[in-house]
Ligand binder design. Structure first.
Ligand code: NAD
Length: 734
């Protein structure tokens, strides 16, 4: 057969081995070309009497199939290059979705036994293809991931996943897998009942062929007479509880911000009440509807496509040869230094962890021991791995140990003089080619670089806490930072498998500056007399991970106060005072309420039980708004989102950020900006610059100049531009 993405190999028993190996991609995905191949293959298997069955496996080292080709899907959904009406685009999309579903239906009803021999990860559409096979065997490798992660990027499984998985294992077991999108390893998948057998990798093909010979008349469970949905349908006693609870849980956890989860519940609920063909139509309809939702389009763009671009080094300067960090120095073994040491040693680097005393350095190294012990307990690491990782970390006080480091990152106290001192001491032993990074969270990089004899090799590498869990690293270019330093910083972030964004030096850089506006807006609301419970609840309803007041407590109110005082001093007349300035001053300097760290902030923290709002707040602010309605909630949500978005737009105008992908991805990963929006610039693009500017003008009148649109936004509004059109990111080949 003439196929592009599969190899066809028919044996003497009439069993075909189809090896999926897309020559144009490093990982198999469901591209248009693949689907054309699958259609041709099914036709041949169904019609050729000499064929007795087929095994589908992968020729790729790294996986079976990673799912839909989201790059193709996004360009279709956004209508790129298609001069079609909205109605035509919807119809095309629906026909394509249904077409894929009918194709897989044809596979499972082709009359010949089909086995998926899964030798690597099968995610999303990849797993859906296997669910349309009669038998699934998986290689015995705990690293293989099997799952339907579509909801994580705002999609739903559109290849029959919402219909076949619940029909296989019941709605109660299937719904959490689909709604949360977390993958299972082969053993777990077998336990749950969506794979049949786990065998050594080398036995996959022989087992598959054996099963085909033993089961010539294979049919799917739901095509057998008398089939019953495990656990019962939506109207059976257990089934109805699943859906009422599922719906309540969806509302509680997502505040109805995520259409994908809502549509998944509908697909399963409606689909299980009808025959599978009708269920597949229902799924195709919801999938189409979802693709037309801005939330899904924005999430796919930011959480998948842009993130992938940045992870591949989209912002890496071309022409600088790849640099791998083999030996890394870390100055300061405190909270951040210890975390950086762990992630780097875990990625295979030799790490020198330096502090002022051996005790402090050892304590920093012990942090890795703790993390690894925790993983061993959960079965996620072995003693051998622990020995290897710890063996790569040298805890020391001796600067000579830094000799031979390709990169040094300082994470000492946030003090200019201490930082200058360690910079000089480290540079004295480093090779000229070494790069020096600072993990400062507030001090401008260009100023810190003044202590360096090689400012072109000095760069900001700003991690987030806790380092082992936070995905983002903000790389900051000082005025004199050169391309070599940038390339090395990006290569290093890639090595530790985190996502880099590159920003220019500025007060608070990009992330801290915009994050501060969320926390600040919550305090402004409180100073206006809005009940604190309303403020934090609406913050979470907006899609932010926590309310602004509880976050302010966590960050520390005295720190926020100090930063604000410093900003006032630095900006002089240009400082815009807010209603909350006096409130914070009272909290910190009069009442000694520093936040969670001293157990006294906007909340109080009893030694037993949960934190609760501090009742004394009503003595220092006059609370006037104690009840909400839909209109107030909408207005507060808008204030939270727009306040952060306008700051991101200002950062863009000031060239603190220069690429919309970085602004959006950095916001979601850095400070938890509502993921359903796709990021702050996606908020503006989705609302439309004109409407956004009008709303901000209204809010500036009502709440203060902090909402006033900048010149860039006004220009974009006048020209009808979006961030992603005006600053279209340059796509770099993978
Ligand atoms: P920390 O107080 O936990 O650790 C600082 C460490 O530096 C201590 O172990 C201290 O002994 C050591 N140190 C001090 N002077 C030193 C010197 N001269 N030589 C060698 N070691 C020295 O602080 P941290 O929270 O880890 O923060 C470190 C840096 O990271 C700061 O610049 C901070 O602004 C930045 N940062 C912190 C966070 C955060 O959430 N904590 C986030 C991002 C960036």
């Amino acid at each position: 057969m003439n196929l592009n993405c599969f190899k066809w190999d028919q044996d003497a028993d009439g069993i075909v081995t189809l090896t999926w190996d897309d020559p144009k991609r490093t990982m198999n995905v469901l591209s248009g070309e693949t689907l054309r191949d699958i259609a041709a293959v099914i036709e041949k298997i169904a019609s050729d009497e000499a064929i007795n069955g087929a095994v589908i496996t992968s020729g790729k080292q790294n996986g079976f199939c990673a799912g839909a080709a989201l790059d193709e899907m996004e360009s279709t959904a956004s209508g790129a290059g298609a001069p079609k009406s909205e109605e035509e685009r919807i119809r095309d999309r629906y026909n394509a979705n249904l077409g894929f579903n009918l194709l897989l239906r044809k596979l499972e009803t082709c009359g010949k036994p089909i086995v998926a021999a899964i030798n690597g990860l099968a995610l999303g559409g990849g797993l859906e293809v296997t669910l349309a096979c009669h038998y699934r065997i998986v290689a015995d490798n705990p690293r293989i991931q099997l799952g339907l992660p579509e909801s994580k990027v705002g999609l739903l499984p559109g290849g029959g996943g919402t219909q076949r998985l619940p029909r296989l294992i019941g709605a109660a077991a299937a719904l959490p897998l689909i709604l949360q999108g977390n993958p299972s390893d082969p053993m777990k998948a077998k336990e749950m009942g969506f794979v049949h057998k786990v065998v050594p990798a080398e036995a996959l093909l022989s087992e598959a062929k054996k099963w085909i010979k033993e089961t010539p008349d294979a049919v799917q469970p739901w095509d057998k007479k008398g089939y019953k949905i495990p656990g019962g349908g939506p109207h059976a006693p257990g089934g109805s509880t699943t859906f009422t609870m599922g719906n309540a849980l969806y509302r509680k956890t997502s505040f109805n911000n995520y259409p994908a989860q809502k549509f998944i519940l509908s697909c399963v609920y409606e689909g299980l009440q009808v025959p599978i063909e009708a269920g597949l139509r229902i799924e195709a309809r919801y999938f189409t509807k979802l693709l037309m939702e801005p939330a899904s389009r924005n999430m796919i763009r930011s959480l998948f496509l842009s993130m992938q671009d940045l992870n591949k080094g989209a912002r890496r300067p071309a022409g600088v040869p790849d640099a791998k960090v083999k030996k890394l120095g870390i100055l300061g073994a405190g909270m951040m230094g210890a975390g950086i040491a762990y992630v780097s040693a875990n990625a295979g680097m030799e790490v020198v962890l330096l502090d002022t005393s051996q005790e402090a350095a050892d304590k920093g190294k012990a942090y890795s021991t703790g993390l690894l012990d925790g993983q061993i307990k959960k079965g996620r690491a072995t003693e051998q791995k622990k020995t290897e990782v710890l063996g790569r970390i040298k805890a020391t006080t001796n600067y000579d140990d830094l000799k031979g480091c390709d990169l040094v990152i300082e994470a000492v106290f946030e003090n200019r003089d201490v930082k200058a001192d360690v910079t000089k001491k480290a540079e004295a032993v480093l090779a000229d080619s070494a790069i020096f990074g600072s993990n400062t969270s507030t001090l401008p990089i260009s100023g810190l670089a003044e202590a360096s004899v090689r400012p072109e090799s000095f760069i900001g590498i700003h991690f987030f806490s806790p380092v082992d869990r936070m995905q983002l690293v903000e790389i900051i270019m000082g005025k004199k930072t050169g391309e070599k330093a940038l390339a090395m910083a990006i290569d290093y972030v890639k090595q530790i498998k985190k996502t880099p964004i590159v920003v220019n030096d500025s007060r608070g850089f990009y992330t801290s500056r915009c994050f501060g506006t969320y926390v600040g807006e919550g305090q402004e609301m409180l100073a206006e007399g809005i009940a604190p419970a309303i403020i934090d609840n609406v913050g979470r309803m907006t899609g932010m991970p926590r309310g602004p007041l509880e976050l302010a407590d966590d960050v520390a109110l005295d720190l926020a106060y100090k930063v604000r005082e410093q900003t006032k001093k630095d900006l002089g007349d240009k400082y815009e005072p807010g209603a909350s300035d006096a409130l914070i001053e009272t909290m910190v300097s009069k009442l000694g309420r520093f936040g969670r760290k001293n157990g006294k902030g906007f909340y109080e923290y009893p030694s037993e039980g949960k934190k609760r709002l501090w009742p004394g707040l009503s003595d220092i602010v006059s609370i006037k708004v104690t009840e909400t309605d839909a209109e107030l909630v909408e207005e507060l949500r808008k204030r939270f989102l727009y306040r952060q978005a306008i700051e991101a737009a200002r950062c863009f105008e000031e060239t603190v950020v220069t690429d919309p992908r970085e602004a959006d991805v950095g916001a979601i990963l850095g400070w938890g900006f509502a993921p359903w929006t796709g990021g702050p610039l996606s908020v503006i693009d989705t609302v439309g610059a004109k409407k956004f500017v009008e709303e901000c003008d209204r809010m500036a009148q009502k709440y203060g100049k902090r909402f006033a649109p900048n010149a860039l936004l006004r220009d974009m509004a006048a020209k009808g531009e979006t961030f992603y059109s005006r600053f279209a990111p340059q796509k770099k080949a993978a």
